[in-house]
Design a protein around this ligand. Structure first.
Ligand code: FDP
Length: 316
């Protein structure tokens, strides 16, 4: 097992070596490294690509940016012939992609190729989110994930990954390879920052009281509008809560269980935090369709428990 603390590394430990020396299965390592490779092309597309609309819309009727489509294609192409994937479900697609060539792989993934795409034109951070299962079923509770990761395209490109043994951060170097920055990130202490998604006037009584209690206890607002950078902020600052709650006019909230909530809940739990829909653990939700949404309260254990308490008291 390699070991490093932020700024203390004597030499660079790259992603592949880190995974290999941590005993991660070869096929799983391959998937994670293929995503790392795909991210080089995605970052290039974000930096130099077309910012216009692709002219198609996805399942939710949202216009797809050319970049959404491109990122989706880049990831699919890299994984399609990897020999380690059985099925792929993408937030941008309405069909599950079954991979039979060259062989049936041992793993399946659900992914959001470019989350936060409404932030691309204003040049704020966006990201790719990946959820990995063993076998050929992604329509199962998130607690069965074997790994999850995201790549954040900000001023720097970083990858935060867990294969079930803690959460580790890697950063893209000048050669566009990922080097270990820090391992075993842990959330810590009373909540200091919060990121509230959704329209406040549509909050239900429990969420509204929870938000007010955070403000009254001096918790600072830190909301970027992108799920990946907002979760990354919590992990790297080791503190905070993000919520996109159930709203009066949308009881399911906005974020998608398979592509957004499960992978982030896996990472946050691996860092000692918690993720809830207000009533139950996100990772225990049994999804009945690929595009299911759920409310989310995710961050330090204490803050998530407090949100659940307000919701229980006010909404039953
Ligand atoms: P986006 O619509 O820009 O793709 O689920 C997508 C997401 O962004 C998240 O990244 C973000 O947290 C949330 O939606 C923001 O939603 P609002 O536009 O309602 O604030």
């Amino acid at each position: 097992m390699v070991s490093a603390e932020r700024g203390q590394t004597k030499f660079q430990i790259n992603l592949r070596r880190y995974l290999r020396e941590s005993g991660v299965d070869r096929d799983l390592t391959r998937i994670i490294c293929e995503i790392a490779n795909a991210s080089k092309y995605i970052i290039n597309a974000i930096r130099t690509g077309d910012l216009g609309v692709a002219g198609t819309s996805n399942l939710y009727g949202e216009q797809q940016l050319a970049l959404d489509v491109l990122s989706d294609r880049i990831i699919q192409k890299r994984l399609m012939y990897s020999g380690v994937i059985a099925k792929m479900a993408s937030e941008e697609m309405d069909e599950i992609i079954e991979v039979t060539v060259p062989t049936n792989g041992r793993y399946s993934i659900a992914f959001d190729p470019l989350d936060g795409s409404s932030l691309v034109d204003v040049n704020l951070a966006v990201g790719t989110i990946i959820s990995i299962y063993e076998g050929d079923n992604v329509l199962q509770p998130g607690r069965n994930q074997v790994a999850a990761l995201y790549v954040l395209y900000g001023p720097r490109t970083t990858m935060v990954v867990s294969t079930g043994n803690g959460v580790h951060e890697f950063a893209m170097n000048q050669l566009m390879e990922f080097d270990l920055v820090q391992e075993n990130i842990r959330l810590d202490g009373p909540v200091k920052i919060y990121s509230p998604g959704g329209l406040r006037s549509k909050y239900t009584e429990g969420t509204e009281k929870f938000a007010r209690s955070l403000e009254e206890s001096g918790t600072k607002l830190r909301y970027s509008g992108g799920f990946v950078p907002d979760i990354n902020q919590i992990l790297i600052k080791r503190n905070g809560i993000f919520m996109y709650p159930h709203l009066k006019d949308s009881p399911e909230g906005k974020l998608r269980v398979l592509y957004e909530l499960n992978p982030m809940a896996f990472l946050i739990e691996q860092a000692g935090g918690a993720a809830s829909d207000g009533k139950q653990r996100i990772l225990d939700i049994q999804p009945d369709n690929f595009h299911q949404r759920a409310p989310v309260f995710i961050g330090t254990k204490e803050a998530v428990a407090l949100a659940e308490q307000y919701i229980r008291e006010e909404e039953g």
